[in-house]
Design a protein around this ligand. Structure first.
Ligand SMILES: [Zn+2]
Length: 100
């Protein structure tokens, strides 16, 4: 059984790495879910940056990592189904996605 945190709670941890804006949860897309981590894709309502964020829940608490990306929403669909993109900033998320 997954003891995962409710999504709205996790979303509140995500901030734009560029302008610090917190996001309206409706704008956030869940790219990938695992037991203790989730990857989100979102576009900042303030500075329009595309951001990928990974939120990890552990006994020590919730950690979020955000990275700017030039991946579009369309690319993200491909990313999900096909070859991973290779952007250094999101290498950690990339590894996570590969780890099925
Ligand atoms: Zn922003």
């Amino acid at each position: 059984m997954s003891k995962f945190f409710p999504i709205p709670e996790l979303k509140s941890f995500i901030r734009c790495p560029l302008c610090g804006q917190s996001y309206n949860s409706e704008k956030i897309k869940v790219v990938k879910k695992k037991d203790n981590a989730m990857i989100f894709y979102l576009v900042c309502p303030k500075c329009k940056s595309s951001v990928m964020a990974m939120v990890t829940a552990s006994p020590l608490g919730i950690t979020s990592v955000s990275a700017l990306t030039d991946v579009t929403e369309e690319d993200m669909e491909r990313f999900k189904n096909k070859d991973p993109i290779s952007v250094d900033d999101i290498l950690e998320m990339h590894t996570f996605l590969e780890d099925e």
